[in-house]
Design a binder for this molecule. Structure first.
Ligand code: HPA
Length: 271
């Protein structure tokens, strides 16, 4: 594994001269941030050694280098989901490569079902914490001390200073932002009403099928993390309706301008 990570990071370092310290993982229907990236260099996943290949509709699968908000960045358009059949080492491989490349802060977005009764479809939720409900842990098995500690601290999974910065940006610009705990689960089924209730009673505000594995591996490697979730449907008792992938994408697309704005501003003003 160490050899593969090194090989892939070196391949990318040979492809681009920039050395960004910021990486962004763009989730479902949120790829529009890409159009704000300047001087883009795009590398399809299919050309990157050791990279898994994305399969789901709406995820085009490439790594993009360029500038956003005046900063050098690396963006992943299309991520690897556990429900697609990848194991956790594959799902999180790009984050290992990012760390080896020199990335220090990881920004990510996702779509989720809101369980907090104060949430509405289309809300953006700053992720303040998460609960890992995946059946497999990305750090299961042998620990490589070169990558991080055997028992990583998770007391601040999402950087408090970046959350505070996003709150200020939201206030200054009249963008409504919720805050909450993201529950990560394997999918691919959306939740039954009883499952939404369970995740809410457990302490979750929103539930989705990604992010948690990548964040665990980023924290293992000592990276800083900031995440926003777009609430695309509601798992609130009494207000649960049918959910489909199309509806999730539609709601995510509608929230896209605000999501793009907040992400870009946080990146611009972060240090
Ligand atoms: N549950 C799980 N994942 C999701 C949901 C949901 O309701 N909405 C978008 N992704």
């Amino acid at each position: 594994m160490l050899q593969k990570i090194k090989e892939t990071a070196e391949f990318l370092q040979g492809k681009v001269t920039s050395r960004p310290k910021i990486a962004i993982i763009l989730g479902t229907g949120l790829g529009d941030l890409v159009s704000h990236i300047e001087n883009k260099i795009e590398i399809p996943y299919t050309e990157i050694p050791n990279f898994p290949v994305s399969t789901v509709e709406g995820h085009s699968g490439k790594l993009i280098f360029g500038q956003l908000g005046g900063k050098e960045i690396m963006a992943m358009q299309g991520r690897f989901h556990y429900y697609e059949g990848y194991d956790m080492k594959e799902v999180t491989f790009p984050v290992r490569v990012m760390k080896a490349f020199g990335i220090e802060t990881l920004f990510l977005s996702n779509a989720s079902g809101g369980m907090n009764p104060s949430f509405e479809v289309g809300d953006l939720m700053l992720i303040t914490d998460h609960i890992n409900c995946f059946p497999e842990h990305p750090l299961h098995g042998k620990n490589y001390d070169e990558l991080g500690p055997r028992f990583p601290d998770m007391s601040e999974p999402y950087a408090r200073d970046l959350i505070q910065l996003a709150i200020e940006i939201g206030k200054e610009n009249n963008v409504k932002l919720q805050k909450g705990v993201y529950v990560g689960t394997s999918g691919p089924t959306f939740e039954t009403p009883a499952e939404y209730r369970r995740f809410y009673l457990m302490g979750g505000d929103a539930v989705g099928m990604s992010t948690v594995p990548e964040v665990i591996v980023a924290k293992h490697g000592g990276m800083r993390v900031f995440g926003i979730s777009v609430i695309t449907d509601l798992g609130v008792v009494g207000r649960i309706e049918n959910v489909s992938h199309e509806e999730v994408q539609k709601a995510a697309a509608a929230a896209q301008p605000h999501m793009t704005f907040i992400m870009k501003e946080v990146i611009k003003r972060s240090n």
